[in-house]
Design a protein around this ligand. Structure first.
Ligand code: SAH
Ligand code: SF4
Ligand code: F3S
Length: 437
């Protein structure tokens, strides 16, 4: 019988895709996937450390495996990802959880096979963290788990050093993959029947600065020229690098979805400066204007942080004002979380937790009202949905509209992997309900 693996993933889409790469490595070693962690021969935690609660979540789950490991001594436990890549974290982790067999980082994921084989021959834990060497290791083939959606990395790492953010420290400097490699991968995915390709990078529109041969908008144009019916999405875009050329290419190519995730973080100029975001609220609003000029129905989404060190009531009000002005289709809201080693963690004026809590509640209320209003706009309209799966609880098929809204619809046939026309009857917060036409 096959050996079984179970992967637990935390964090962003980048990590979700890296878990597919881990799955590829494990399947090459003869493992197959199980949903049931208790039956697994190897459990891999692919961790995140963007905020303290992401870290605590992983620690809690790794801690819970102690009993399971005591019962099943042959079970291998591996921990990798951004959490372990932080300075000294691998050793801390080993001390806290001595029953973890393998600890690896973000720059040596492709060596996991080697580490598993080594661990089978030795009692001692295999602890291997490498520094970024600036190269891109194309690695093994991922075992894709999200059909009809596929994720494709275009850049790795980040050079922006926003003062609150740990990513540049755990993901290294920005590197861009060669356009020919990306185009070849997307062509193959489309030929294999994938219908939605999401390009991934910490800052996709700086693609090209990291040693690539063409700028991002040109890459998008080339990808959109690939034959076949499929959609293209990309994330994340940094506002400072968002250009009019990009808006034009988005508007001129129907395969590129009319939505853009453009994290603003704050509406206060002094906070944006302290965050090292390198744009003002006015710059941001200008970019939004350009986007809306070319794509009037573009669904603009964002990330917002409250409670950044030194954030006054007036700064927070500036954020509310900017959110009002842009009118986001939806937004992720976060309370600032100090990350060791970043500049902001050393700033003297850390904001009181209660104040941040009150601010985030108010911001969530505003963002939710915008989300609901955007959803309501679709009621009575027809949208094209790429059917992704079946939701047992709702007894309905589900998929996303071009604008990124989750749509649930009743249907007697299996439509997974197909584009279907759905008439929207009802909006419920961020999701829509409808019927197939
Ligand atoms: N590269 C992307 C996103 C990175 S992380 C970008 O630049 O937009 C996703 C989001 O997490 C960020 O946009 C930010 O809003 C949030 N985030 C990052 N570090 C944080 C911290 N220390 N505390 C709270 N939120 C944080
Ligand atoms: Fe972090 Fe800023 Fe880089 Fe995004 S752009 S990953 S927020 S440092
Ligand atoms: Fe988390 Fe690393 Fe992504 S810190 S958000 S998993 S890049």
């Amino acid at each position: 019988m096959d050996k079984l693996y179970h992967i637990v993933t935390y964090g962003c889409q980048m990590n979700v895709h890296e878990s597919e790469k881990i799955a590829g490595i494990l399947s090459e070693l003869g493992y197959s996937s199980t949903e049931d962690m208790e039956r697994a021969d190897i459990v891999v935690f692919n961790t995140c450390c963007i905020r303290e609660n992401a870290e605590n979540h992983a620690y809690g789950n790794i801690g819970m495996l102690k009993k399971l490991k005591a019962r099943n001594k042959n079970m291998l436990i591996a921990v990798g990802g951004c959490l372990t890549q932080q300075i000294n974290k691998a050793d801390d982790l080993h001390e806290k959880f001595p029953y973890v067999d393998i600890i690896f980082g973000t720059h040596n994921l492709n060596k996991l096979k080697e580490y598993i084989l080594a661990k089978r021959l030795q009692k001692k834990a295999v602890i291997k963290i490498e520094e970024c060497d600036g190269r891109i290791d194309e690695g093994d083939k991922p075992l894709r788990t999200s059909y009809p959606n596929a994720w494709v990395n275009i850049t790795y790492g980040c050079n922006n050093f926003c003062t609150y953010c740990i990513v540049p420290y755990v993901r290294g400097r920005e590197r861009s993959r060669k356009s020919q490699d990306i185009i070849a991968e997307v062509k193959e995915l489309v030929a294999d029947g994938y219908k939605e390709i999401t390009l991934l990078g910490q800052n996709v529109n700086s693609y090209g600065n990291g040693g690539a041969d063409i700028p991002f908008y040109e890459l998008l144009e080339k990808l959109a020229a690939i034959e076949g019916k499929f959609r293209i999405r990309f994330m994340t875009s940094h506002p400072k690098d968002f250009s009019e050329e990009l808006a034009k290419v988005m508007a001129g190519n129907s395969k590129i979805c009319n939505c853009l995730h453009l994290p603003v973080q704050s509406g206060s100029d002094s906070i944006l400066k302290a965050m090292n975001r390198r744009y003002s609220s006015e710059d941001y609003l200008k970019k939004v204007e350009i986007l809306k000029k070319y794509i009037p129905d573009c669904a603009i989404t964002t990330d917002l942080i409250v409670g950044f060190p030194g954030e006054s009531e007036k700064d927070f009000e500036d954020t509310l004002e900017l959110v009002e002005k842009v009118d986001f289709a939806s937004a992720f809201t976060f309370v600032y979380s100090p990350r060791e080693g970043t500049k902001a963690a050393e700033m003297p004026e850390q904001v009181d937790g209660e104040i941040s809590k009150r601010r985030i509640m108010k911001l969530i209320e505003l963002v939710n009202s915008q989300t609901r209003a955007h959803s309501a706009l679709f009621v009575g309209k027809q949208v094209e949905v790429l059917c992704e799966g079946y939701d047992e609880k709702r007894n309905a098929y589900m998929g996303r509209s071009e604008h990124g809204r989750m749509v649930y619809f009743g249907c007697s046939e299996n439509k997974i992997g197909e584009f279907v026309a759905v008439k929207i009857n009802e909006a419920n917060g961020i999701s829509l309900m409808g019927e197939i036409i």
